[in-house]
Ligand binder design. Structure first.
Ligand code: ASP
Ligand code: MG
Length: 403
């Protein structure tokens, strides 16, 4: 069996943890398996490197920043190989260049294009444990790139796909995927299994356990994942295409995204093209918009509200103020004190009334809903920030996830 095992920063944060991981991997190797290990940088080392860069130059070039950040993963893989060697095991570390992990040139947010497997295969055939740097790649100019924060998960899944691995295990500091963040919802339960689509929504909506692009990739190549803790032996959560009915509730999880702000544009001309002009202005400036609602027209004008991420709020407001004349609206207002609360579940497709139940639950708590957005497997509401925790717990309970 060929197993890809990925360990995050906390799992390799110090000498003791490194040896713990080394032992776990050696145990699999000694059962006769081929073992490929993907590592993140130790602890918060990537953050420290970014701070170092900013201290020298507040706006470092992305190429140079990637050059610096690749050190983090290179440090953990080499130390891990040394630890395994010290324990008497055959192991070798490889960086993105040595493997040949080809990516696009988008420094800081590169996408994997192709992975050469020849070198890894050769080392595995030589009965070595192969330890690969997560997060980094190499572009067509032979420059280092990185895949975006948390990108080591994606490296692991891509390697599992390229090597046709029999298992892909993602080890982290939590012991699986929960029905909600246990720090916010004390009755949250660990899920035995979750579908790719649900996981993708939860990852995108701030559940944080997996890099969302790793889930996209797992779905595309049919790589079944297990998310587990590196600190204990509990079973973890399987991420796969279909989860059997008996294993599931209508809703799999409740996610809270505090990173959403709302902008309302009042008095736009009620004519064809005004929504296009508004959102095109934002898109051209790389501002991503999420939930959108438009009011019914009256007196030849209409209002449009939408959400943007917190980082983009000021830019979006400045930009729209600047284009006020061209876009023809009367005024804009922003609201920071809002959060996005979502419920996610593949069971929604075959169960009517899920939205009504969520709204009823919020009504019972006297919580006002500002905006609503839905997809086949997700319902998102924008609510006041002060009600976030109360709402999250109430909805979690209402859908039977607390039992
Ligand atoms: N070390 C990188 C980061 O901190 C990649 C990762 O941890 O997955 O974002
Ligand atoms: Mg991570």
């Amino acid at each position: 069996m060929l197993i890809v095992k990925k360990f995050g920063g906390t799992s390799v944060a110090n000498k003791e943890r490194i040896f713990h991981v080394a032992e776990r991997c050696i145990a699999d190797y000694q059962k006769g398996h081929d073992v490929v290990v993907v590592l993140s940088a130790m602890g918060k080392y990537t953050d420290e490197l970014i701070d170092k860069a900013r201290d020298i130059n507040p706006t470092p070039s992305r190429r140079e920043l990637d050059m610096l950040l690749t050190i983090g993963e290179q440090m953990s893989v080499s130390l891990m190989a040394m630890a395994m060697n010290h324990l008497g095991a055959r192991a070798i570390s490889l960086n993105a260049f040595q493997v040949a992990m080809h990516t696009t040139s988008a420094h800081g947010n590169a996408r994997l294009k192709r992975i050469d497997t020849e070198r890894i295969r050769r080392e595995l055939d030589d009965r070595k444990i192969v330890i690969v740097t997560g997060f980094q790649g190499v572009d067509k100019y032979d420059d280092y790139t990185t895949l975006g924060r948390g990108g080591s998960d994606t490296t692991a899944v891509a390697l599992a796909a390229a090597l046709h691995a029999d298992a892909c295990e993602i080890y982290t500091d939590v012991d699986g995927v929960y029905t909600a963040d246990p720090r916010l919802v004390p009755t949250a339960k660990k899920l035995k299994a979750i579908t790719y689509d649900e996981m993708l929504d939860l990852a995108t909506l701030g559940a944080g356990v997996l890099h969302n692009r790793s889930v996209e990739m797992a779905k595309k190549y049919g790589v079944q994942l297990v998310v587990r803790s590196s600190m204990n032996d509990s079973e973890g959560t399987v991420v796969k295409e279909v989860v059997k009915k008996v294993e599931r509730m209508i809703i799999s999880g409740v996610a809270l995204d505090k990173n959403a702000d709302r902008i309302s544009v009042f008095g736009l001309p009620d004519v064809p093209g005004s929504a296009f002009k508004l959102f095109n202005t934002l898109a051209k400036n790389n501002i991503n918009v999420d939930i959108i609602i438009q009011s019914a027209g009256r007196d030849g004008t209409k209002d449009i509200s939408f959400t943007v991420s917190h980082d983009n709020l000021q830019d979006a407001m400045d930009l729209l103020e600047e284009r006020k004349e061209v876009l023809g609206f009367e005024r804009i207002v922003s609201d920071r004190d809002v959060v996005k609360l979502s419920i996610v579940g593949a069971g929604m497709i075959s169960n009517p009334g899920v939205a009504a139940k969520m709204f009823e639950c919020l009504y019972n708590q006297n919580i006002n809903i500002n905006m609503i957005a839905t997809s086949e497997i997700r319902i998102t509401v924008l609510i006041p920030e002060k009600d976030a925790i109360k709402a999250m717990n109430a909805v979690h309970e209402a859908f039977g996830l607390s039992e």
